[in-house]
Design a binder for this molecule. Structure first.
Ligand code: ATP
Ligand code: MG
Length: 324
């Protein structure tokens, strides 16, 4: 499989608002939201990006779409360095790489009909008008809203959440992109409509051969839609492998804890706390060594002195841990 995306040493460091005392001491604290990611994604691959809140998933997705500039490293898309892409090449990239938002209610302009919402990207991209109807119809059929006439002159508030998320997906597909990033695409939807949307997404991959990154907290969703799963911890990738392997035979202690914490399918039972110490909101990436060591039940001396690198544990399945 030829890589569509090749990210090398990608970093996004945000400046943190300084306390007065820090300003006086000349300190410049930074948030290492994404801190040196290597990620190669083959054409047609579906990758689930998992990890606790705040570990850098959305920032990674935005970097891959060039919606934010990296503070370090390079990302190649179809062989082109995104840091260098400008002008007409950037416009082409914007057509080929699309984002699906978490909240369908925010993603569409409430004053635009569905017709106008679907047509807008075509107009912006300068697609000949003779192709519009065909492209819009194809996109609506792909998301299983084939009764196009029933939706065209409606406004977002006249649709259910599930219908709306399909329209949002159709809008992302109308330009026939090669790459899609879906950030928590069903987390705002009722459980009863999620399965329908996930089936649509699986179909879309099968029929369009689309390359996609799904950002989620949900192992079950990622396993259902994505062939490959990547787990992030505090700005780093700690595990990467086939989804079934990662869920059934997690290697990294952090992934093991995440898998154990997967909620039981019972609405009355809340998600079990992670069987590791502390939470990400308190966790500060310790300097040097393994950044998970403060929470890891198995940490030993080497974890403080040497950063574990990603290596293949079983063919096709990588993790970064000194114990493995
Ligand atoms: N524009 C920004 N300016 C400053 N800090 C930011 C910015 N965007 C994100 N961050 C910080 O970067 C870190 C990673 O954020 P990010 O949104 O990528 O996490 P996430 O994994 O998507 O979390 P969630 O699961 O809650 O959506 C967080 O600490 C966040 O506060
Ligand atoms: Mg996020």
């Amino acid at each position: 499989m030829a890589p569509l995306i090749a990210a090398r040493g990608v970093e996004k460091h945000f400046p943190v608002t300084r306390k007065f005392s820090e300003v006086l001491r000349g300190e410049r604290p930074i948030n290492r939201a994404v801190d040196g990611i290597d990620l190669t994604i083959g054409e047609g691959e579906t990758v689930g990006l998992l990890g606790e809140s705040g570990c850098g998933k959305t920032t990674t997705g935005r970097l891959l779409l060039k919606l934010t500039q990296p503070t370090g490293g390079t990302i190649q898309f179809a062989g082109e360095d995104l840091n260098q892409v400008k002008g007409p090449a950037l416009k082409r990239f914007r057509q080929q790489a699309q984002l699906v938002f978490q909240n369908p209610f925010d993603a569409l302009n409430p004053r635009f009909t569905i017709f106008r919402a679907l047509r807008e990207p075509l107009l912006n991209a300068g697609i000949p008008e003779t192709e519009h109807a065909d492209r819009m119809w194809t996109a609506m059929r792909r998301v299983r809203l084939p009764d196009v006439d029933a939706y065209y002159d409606r406004y977002p508030h006249q649709l259910s959440g599930g219908q709306l998320q399909r329209v949002v997906l159709a809008r992302a597909l109308v330009l026939e992109p090669r790459f899609l990033v879906a950030d928590e695409p069903v987390s705002m939807l009722d459980v009863s409509v999620r399965a329908g949307i996930l089936n649509v997404m699986r179909d879309v991959h099968a029929t369009m051969g689309l390359t996609a990154v799904y950002i989620s907290h949900d192992f079950a969703l990622v396993r259902y839609v994505c062939a490959r799963t990547v787990v992030m911890y505090l700005g780093k990738i700690v595990e990467d492998g086939p989804s079934a392997e990662v869920v059934e035979r997690p290697q990294h202690p952090y992934t093991k804890a995440l898998v154990q914490a997967v909620p039981v399918p019972d609405v009355n039972q809340s998600r079990a706390p992670l069987p590791i110490k502390g939470s990400l909101s308190q966790a500060q990436a310790p300097q040097g060594g393994c950044r998970f060591r403060d929470r890891c039940p198995y940490a030993f001396e080497r974890c403080a002195s040497e950063e574990p690198l990603m290596r293949e544990i079983v063919p096709g399945h990588k993790a970064a841990c000194h114990l493995l």
